[in-house]
Structures are given as structure tokens and as C-alpha cells.
Design a protein around this ligand. Structure first.
Ligand code: AMP
Length: 310
């Protein structure tokens, strides 16, 4: 299966209690494609950058077998810029700046070669742009999207329209509460699934993820990492690992989705070990498999011996 990924390609400035970096390569589409390509040789990027974006960054994506035919370069504009800060509770992120720049007038064009893409992955981006990509893709087998508080606040109507068109949504817990108006995550999931996406993943940062489907709920654990430097991109690398796994299996059943959640979690757990996408450039298939095994061990619950009399 081929995957089409639309999202941001960005410059990020990030501050965490462990250090800071200025204007490094980032963006939702970068993390998604760099994660999906471990599983799937056909990952096509649809995005936009400005004339200030270094050619070597494009080369880096190309060198990881990502098809960049759908990456537009608008010479006289600046690349999307995001700055964020994390405190000791790494689940809490403060956005310091979002400069849409070249994104303001982005009209995505899905290249001819991508249009038999069977998974369309709508990374965090303006929901109108997500919708346009979905409409250009010829009847995908799976349309899956992400979003964040910025778009829930700024473009609620367009977001609702896009949600109605997708099969699946990946979102974090605070955004699920904001989008649904429900504090309880089970209730929030029911409200959001009513908006369109029948397979819903709610990420809970370092506390794992919940998958809600017509068959019920599946809870995936988080990996207790001691070496977290920068949570940026965790959500996107989770999504990239998840869609990559589904594409590689060619199976979109609920069972396959459960495994995909575990593979997505494994990739995300590596991403946060270094600043930016650095760690995604270093790891191998063997690393991913090792961590999936660790996840299995952590989640194993022995059949408990009952202490009540029969
Ligand atoms: P996450 O996986 O949620 O940590 O995503 C981090 C990435 O999202 C960063 O590399 C940012 O460039 C990108 N980003 C931040 N704000 C936005 C936004 N409003 N729309 C799309 N992408 C964003």
C-alpha cells in the first residue's frame, strides 16, 4: 500500500528542561514520513516550504526514500515556524509562536503518481488543506487525520467538515476534551466518533493510548522511558509508525489497528530521546522490534488467582 502524507514542514525552536534548539527541521509531515518509511517503501509527501528552506533538508528526506515530488517551494516566502516550551511535566506544552508564513496561501497539489495512494494521512494542518488533499486522492482505503488545539480554536467549522470525511482520528487527551466538550475520555470518544471518525485513538502522553472502535476499547501502555529530551513530534511519529504498519500489513481490521498502535508507540518512544527528528534518523528495524517486545512485556497481566471462595 502507498501512503500519502500531508502536513507541515517547519522550522521549530524548542525549549525543554534539558536544553534548547533554534530553527531546526520539524513539522508534522517530517515526523510522520520519517516514521512511516521504516515500514512502507512508498511514502509520498505533500507540503510547502519557503525559499529559506535549505536544500539539504529536502535531500535528507529524499535520502530516507521519501517521495518529495509533492513538496512545493515558494521562493519569496518563509517556511512555517513554530516555537514551543516544555516544563518539568513534559505532557504540558506551551506554544510560544506559530508563524503560518507560507502556509497561509498553501494550495496542495497531490502529484499524479501518488493518486493511487491507499492510505491518506492528514497530518496536523489547516483542516481546509487536509480536506483538499483528501478530495484529490482517488478513493483511499483509509483516511486518517490528526489535529491540535490551534485548529480546534481557529477553524472549528472547517475541522468539523473534515472530521465528517475521515475514517480515523488521532488526537491527544486534552484536545479530545476540548473538541467534544466532555471531561471524561470515554464520553469524549463517543461524541467525537459521532462526528465521523469511527476508529479513534486518544493519546495520553506518557500514559499510553486508547483505541476506540465499533468493537470496544483497547488500551496500549506507554513505555517508561528514562531518557526523554524533547517530546516534540511524539504524536506525529506515533501516527507515522501506525500508518506505516497498517500499510505494510495491508490489513485495516481492528486487530491490525491494535498492533499498529503498539508499533506507533514504539517509534514515538524513540523520537523523544533526542531533540527534533534526530533519533528517527538513527534507529533501525531491529530497534523498533526490540521496543515492541518490551511493550508486550510491560503490558502482560498474569491471570490473577482469585482470593474469593467459589
Ligand atoms: P507533535 O507530534 O504534536 O509534537 O507535533 C510537533 C510538530 O507540530 C512540530 O514540529 C511543529 O512544527 C508542528 N506544529 C506546531 N503547531 C502546528 C500547527 N498549528 N499546525 C501544524 N503543525 C504544527
Amino acid at each position: 500500500m502507498q501512503i500519502i502524507v500531508v502536513g507541515t514542514v517547519a522550522f521549530d525552536s524548542i525549549e525543554t528542561p534539558f536544553g534548547s534548539v533554534d530553527k531546526i527541521l520539524g513539522g508534522s509531515a517530517v515526523y510522520i514520513t520519517l516514521s512511516a518509511r521504516f515500514f512502507c517503501p512508498k511514502v509520498g509527501l505533500v507540503a510547502v516550504v519557503g525559499g529559506d528552506f535549505p536544500e539539504e533538508n529536502i535531500e535528507l528526506l529524499r535520502s530516507r526514500d521519501i517521495d518529495v515530488t509533492g513538496l512545493q517551494v515558494i521562493e519569496d516566502e518563509d517556511t512555517f515556524f513554530w516555537a514551543g516550551k516544555y516544563h518539568y511535566d513534559l505532557n504540558e506544552r506551551e506554544t510560544l509562536a506559530t508563524h503560518l508564513n507560507v502556509l497561509t496561501s498553501f494550495e496542495p497539489v497531490v502529484p499524479e503518481a501518488y493518486t493511487n495512494g491507499s492510505i491518506v494521512c492528514l497530518g496536523n494542518l489547516d483542516p481546509t488543506v487536509q480536506q483538499s488533499v483528501l478530495k484529490q486522492a482517488a478513493s483511499p482505503r483509509l483516511a486518517i487525520m490528526d489535529t491540535m488545539n490551534f485548529w480546534i480554536d481557529q477553524t472549528p467549522d472547517a475541522l468539523r467538515e473534515t472530521l465528517a470525511l475521515v475514517d480515523s482520528l488521532i488526537i491527544n487527551d486534552s484536545e479530545a476534551r476540548q473538541l467534544s466538550g466532555e471531561a471524561n475520555l470515554v464520553r469524549a470518544a463517543a461524541v467525537i466518533r459521532g462526528m465521523g471518525p469511527r476508529k479513534l485513538v486518544i493519546k495520553k502522553g506518557e500514559h499510553g493510548a486508547l483505541l476506540f472502535t465499533d468493537e470496544g476499547v483497547f488500551s496500549a501502555p506507554a513505555y517508561p522511558l528514562e531518557d526523554i529530551h524533547d517530546p516534540t513530534g511524539a504524536g506525529d511519529s506515533f501516527m507515522g509508525g501506525l500508518v506505516g504498519y497498517l500499510a505494510a500489513r495491508g490489513d485495516l481490521s481492528v486487530e491490525s489497528f491494535k498492533s499498529a498502535v503498539v508499533y506507533g508507540s514504539a517509534v514515538a518512544s524513540y523520537c523523544v530521546e533526542r531533540f527534533g527528528p534526530q533519533r528517527l534518523l538513527e534507529i533501525t528495524h531491529a530497534d523498533i522490534e526490540r521496543r515492541v517486545d518490551d511493550f508486550r512485556t510491560i503490558a502482560e497481566i498474569p491471570a490473577p488467582a482469585s482470593v474469593f471462595e467459589a
